[in-house]
Design a protein around this ligand. Structure first.
Ligand code: 2PG
Ligand code: MG
Length: 432
């Protein structure tokens, strides 16, 4: 099925910043759209997001150059290509760009095209997107944010994501029931403590806390208030986003005025896992602190998921290096960190082949699009992270998985927290 036209327009993400939407048209008239998300706590090894940097327009954030690259350069180059051959489409995009980090055409332009073609191909095949992308049927275990911090809350607290994982839920729908109960209980806890003040970028409560560890107390209280036992029915999951805390060779918790060496920060992460029912930590250490990562993995990798986000940036070479060095046991998967659907699928497959866990993730700047819900199911990834339980750009993804669950009917599988065991991670206290 031939790709006949590509067009693009500037739309806005969930923070009100410009982003790109690409529209792909096939020879039978089928149309697919690709809506590109955008991060705030970005790793320096990510593919390049092209912005116009014109201070007079959208604070320099407009994407008109990227749009021009789609319409003037990519569209004529790809016209006539087979839209059913995603790998060839993506290879052509990579070759046309010609840079290692997609900085010439812009990873946002390239990903928009890649996503739009994938969606158009699914529609032309009369398949749901997940069935067109892969043959997976495993519904993901969600990591759901309750408090947002770090760059998603203007540095109000240092740690970026305080999330929960439903450990004993027996269906995807049940994980959302647990999330809803804890999320609303957290509002009551914050209100009682005089700390309720709206939500951060990903929909978790704005963190009016004085110490990072105060958040653990509020989180545990919220879980209990919702009627669950922390560590039994509900586990904690953190994204430290430690790259953002690392400056001049030290990790800094600004809220508490504390500074740590790599060894000391690793020791703090290990201490938290000892003291709190934490089942997963993302980016406990900075993006190039491979030695620090090793310390954490050696100490707690057998009982806690350790996810590399800025460390790997969904990049196959970095994932290979991480597997060889044994520094983590899971990889955060973000389409726009690498820039094409095909490379993202390859990153997931490599992660799984190593016996590690892929965690499909949204960005802090999201759109109404729910591509990643389909990606998670299509690849049997097993886990999905899209922020909190408020703001429709978040719920669009959680809800989409409910639709997929319904569409798959008896073919849908759910193993919940059993996914951790598949990677040899034994959670203390969990009864799955
Ligand atoms: C992360 C993501 C999503 P951002 O760090 O995992 O929470 O944030 O999109 O800002 O990189
Ligand atoms: Mg992260």
């Amino acid at each position: 099925m031939k790709l006949t036209a590509l067009d693009a327009l500037q739309i806005f993400d969930s923070r009100g910043h410009p982003t790109i939407e690409v529209i792909a048209t096939l020879e039978d008239g089928t149309v697919g759209r690709g809506l590109v998300p955008s991060g705030a706590s970005t790793g320096s090894h990510e593919a390049w997001e092209l912005r116009d940097r014109d201070p007079r327009r959208f604070q320099g954030r407009s994407v008109f150059k990227a749009i021009g690259h789609v319409t003037d350069e990519i569209a004529p180059a790809l016209a006539g290509h087979d839209a059913f051959d995603q790998a060839a489409i993506d290879a052509a995009l990579i070759a046309l760009d010609g840079t290692p980090n997609k900085s010439r055409l812009g990873a946002n332009a390239i990903l928009g095209v890649s996503l739009a073609v994938a969606q158009a191909a699914a529609r032309a095949r009369c398949l749901p997107l997940h069935a067109s992308l892969g043959s997976g049927t495993l519904l993901p275990l969600p990591e759901i944010q309750i408090f947002g911090g770090g760059k998603h809350a203007q540095g109000r607290i240092d740690i970026q994501d305080f999330m929960i994982v439903a450990l004993t839920a027996t269906s995807y729908a049940e994980t959302l029931e647990v999330a809803a109960n804890v999320f609303h209980a957290a509002a009551e806890v914050m209100r009682d403590r005089g700390k309720l003040a709206g939500v951060a970028d990903e929909g978790g409560y704005w963190p009016l806390f004085d110490r990072n560890e105060e958040v653990f107390d509020a989180l545990l209280a919220s879980i209990e208030r919702a009627g669950y036992t922390p560590g039994r029915e509900v586990g904690l999951s953190l994204d430290i986003a430690a790259t953002d805390l690392h400056r001049d060779g030290f990790y800094r918790l600004g809220l508490e005025g504390r500074r740590f060496s790599s060894e000391d920060f690793a020791a703090l992460m290990i201490d938290w896992v000892d003291r709190y029912p934490i089942v997963s930590i993302e980016d406990p250490m900075s993006e190039d602190d491979w030695e620090g990562w090793r310390l954490v993995r050696d100490a707690i990798g057998h009982r806690c998921q350790l996810i590399g986000d800025d460390l790997f940036t969904t990049h196959l070479d970095r994932i290979e290096r991480g597997i060889a060095a044994g520094v983590a046991n899971a990889v955060l998967i973000k389409l726009n960190q690498i820039g094409t659907v095909t490379e993202t699928l390859a990153a997931i497959r490599r992660t799984q082949a190593a016996g590690w866990l892929p965690v499909v993730s949204a960005r802090s700047g999201e759109t109404e699009d729910a591509f990643i819900a389909h990606l998670a199911v299509a690849t049997d990834a097993g886990q999905l992270k899209v922020g909190s339980f408020s703001r429709s750009e978040r719920l669009a993804k959680w809800n989409e998985v409910l639709r997929i669950e319904r569409d798959l009917g008896p073919r849908a599988r759910f193993i919940g927290a059993g996914i951790f065991e598949t990677a040899g991670i034994r959670l203390p206290g969990a009864t799955v």
